[in-house]
Design a protein around this ligand. Structure first.
Ligand SMILES: [Zn+2]
Length: 364
């Protein structure tokens, strides 16, 4: 039997995630991450049945979250950096946006100036149950990278629903092996899970995932030769548990991200402009303190844009992730949300920034 995990902890951690943010306009990155699932579109769409899986036995939570900013500069190149706000530290891009909102208020001018807000990337273990575009992936365990749109569906699935016809439909644990008929669920020790249908339709600005959904709760299963779903046996579940990936090693650590000064310096190097020029009387006192990092940045850049495969370098995964932040490739864009913002270009006017701004006004 697979190990027992605490579900209440999943709930309390999930409460900390706010997916009800406004849109962002950023692009996905392709990390060189072992076992990362890369869906394939055929005729502009895919429809994949998958199961989110519990955590690796050595870890507690079945997901991790990284945060980054990614946007296009006026000169056409892409700028990316991790957001230090994940560690409750100041982030230059977030600070810049706050200053813009403060100075210009909720105006078109402000919207034209602000940079893309930070965006979360979540990672979880999944089992592919059906995938007609890539039949060779079926039955395998992968790490899935996903964004707010799918995290929001996970959160909604966890909540009880009050249906006018059926009454209370209990929320599921999307990361559970079990179904409603399993003993642990009947006893109330565990919650049932469900299969997730991940559907994408290619739009003009990226895939749309709106029709993705969890199906009714059931035990983890696979399609048999008869074309029907069959519950996995306990032994089959044990076999999958032994293939789970750890996630903590791909979570970006505080000491691996660029410092405040380094981000500003990198921005200047890529754009030719001081990000904060408008708010610092043109002076850039951070430059003096970060000079020693410039050499490093150049080395990073060379490596990143030379086309040298990252995996040939001797790097930790974290380091790879950090550097991948700055590639100017145009990777697979996972979020349907990004489409909605296309008309405003790179502008990302978020409620949160506005709220911060108005809260500060109210507090003097
Ligand atoms: Zn930030």
């Amino acid at each position: 039997m697979p190990i027992k995990r605490s579900f209440s902890n999943i709930y309390s951690e999930m409460d900390k995630i706010n997916v009800n943010r406004k849109k962002e306009n950023t692009e996905k990155k392709n990390y060189e991450i072992e076992g990362l699932f890369k869906p394939k579109m055929v005729n502009g769409k895919f429809s994949i049945v998958l199961r989110f899986l519990p955590s690796h036995p050595d870890e507690e939570l079945p997901w991790i979250e990284n945060r980054n900013h990614l946007f296009q500069l006026d000169n056409g190149s892409w700028f990316g950096c991790d957001c230090a706000k994940k560690f409750n530290k100041p982030c230059p891009i977030c600070d810049y946006n706050s200053k813009v909102w403060e100075k210009y208020g909720r105006t078109d001018e402000a919207r034209a100036k602000v940079k893309a807000k930070w965006r979360p990337n979540y990672y979880s273990n999944i089992l592919i149950i059906k995938n007609d575009n890539q039949p060779d992936t079926v039955g395998k365990v992968y790490r899935l990278q996903y964004g707010r749109a799918i995290m929001k569906k996970i959160q909604e699935a966890m909540e009880n629903k009050d249906d006018p016809e059926l009454g209370i439909i209990p929320g599921i644990n999307p990361f559970s092996w079990w179904g409603p008929n399993d003993e642990a669920v009947i006893k109330g020790d565990e919650k049932a899970g469900a299969n997730f249908v991940w559907e994408a339709v290619q739009g003009s600005n990226g895939p749309n995932y709106d029709s993705s959904h969890f199906n009714p709760a059931r035990r983890i299963s696979k399609f048999g030769p008869d074309g029907k779903l069959h519950n996995l046996t306990d032994d089959e579940i044990d076999a999958i548990e032994s293939q789970l990936y750890t996630l903590k090693d791909i979570e970006i650590k505080e000491d691996a991200i660029r410092s405040y000064g380094e981000v500003l310096e990198f921005y200047k190097k890529k754009s030719g402009e001081d990000l904060m020029a408008e708010f610092t009387d043109g002076s850039s006192d951070y430059a003096a303190t970060t000079k020693s990092h410039i050499q490093t940045e150049e080395a990073d850049d060379e490596e990143m844009f030379s086309g040298t495969p990252l995996e040939t370098k001797k790097q930790t995964v974290t380091e790879t992730v950090k550097k991948a932040d700055f590639t100017n490739s145009m990777p697979f864009d996972e979020e349907s949300e990004s489409q909605d913002n296309a008309e405003t270009g790179m502008v990302d006017a978020t409620e949160e920034d506005d709220d911060d701004f108005f809260a500060r006004l109210a507090n003097g």
